[in-house]
Write a protein that binds this ligand. Structure first.
Ligand SMILES: O=C(O)C(=O)C[C@H](O)[C@@H](O)CO
Length: 253
């Protein structure tokens, strides 16, 4: 069996816009529905959702019939969660609240076997398709994508240093936490926040890295893409369900 290709990672390095959707409903059924919807990636959130490890397993499997890349956000950036999700077969990570180059380098090391990193060895896990991918241990890093979140003042201050860390494949701007940290809690659509984010996207691109963002607003998504954003989550499962169900109910009222 061949090592599964990470089309998302290859796409962002090729400069091909990767459209995504945020998934926090903790359901393999909703993920399977969304996996066939034409997105390039699905963010499987375990930070702000009731997702547990065994549930993430089933959501990863729900993606297998499609080219879509599941990207898992651990609840915190640490080696233990990285190890458990890697063995589950996760190939792309969005590590939250990274604020320094040292934290970014640590995140990369969690995904690499020794001597490059500290990933623990597991024989015949789902990651190697239970031992069926014969060159898994020597090649796993090629198809692993490490994305880190910049979502605080300190992270903004250290942005270029973080972008320069070897193994950091992309830098995602967390609009909610970032706006909260600069005094715009709950107001990530404020023009001051949007302009700041556009500038951050430009800094990431200028630093030679790849920028990501989440927004449910079409106009803002287009502004961030125009600024150079290359992986863009354009909505969420919860938002689609809530807005879509409300719109349907209104038709019959
Ligand atoms: O800071 C942010 O915004 C994010 O990191 C995304 C949110 O955590 C996610 O829950 C969508 O609102």
């Amino acid at each position: 069996m061949e090592l599964p290709a990470n089309h998302f990672k290859r796409g962002i390095y090729a400069g091909e816009q990767q459209l995504g959707l945020w998934c926090s409903l903790a359901s393999n059924l909703t993920v399977e529905i969304l996996a066939g919807s034409g997105y390039d990636w699905l963010l499987i959130d375990t930070e702000h959702s009731p997702n547990e490890l065994n549930m993430v397993f089933s959501q990863l499997q729900a993606c297998m019939e499609n080219k879509v890349q599941p990207i898992v956000r651990p609840p915190v950036t640490d080696a233990i969660w990285a190890k458990r999700y890697l063995d589950a077969g996760v190939q792309s990570f969005l590590f939250p609240m990274v604020e320094t180059a040292e934290q970014a380098a640590a995140a990369v090391s969690y995904t690499r076997y020794p001597p490059e990193g500290v990933r623990g060895f597991a024989a015949a896990s789902r990651a190697s398709r239970f031992g069926r991918v014969k060159d898994y241990y020597s090649r796993a890093h090629e198809e692993i994508c490490v994305l880190v979140q910049i979502e605080s003042r300190l992270g903004m201050e250290n942005l270029e240093a973080i972008c320069a860390v070897p193994g950091i494949d992309g830098v995602f701007i967390g609009p909610g936490d970032l706006s909260a940290d600069i005094g715009y809690l709950g107001d990530q659509g404020n023009e001051a926040v949007v302009t700041l984010i556009e500038g951050l996207v430009g800094r990431i691109v200028k630093a030679g890295n790849r920028s990501g963002i989440l927004t449910g607003d079409e106009g803002l998504a287009r502004r961030y893409i125009a600024a150079g954003n290359i992986f863009t989550a354009v909505g969420s499962d919860a938002g689609l369900l809530a807005r879509g169900s409300e719109a349907l109910a209104r038709k019959f009222r």
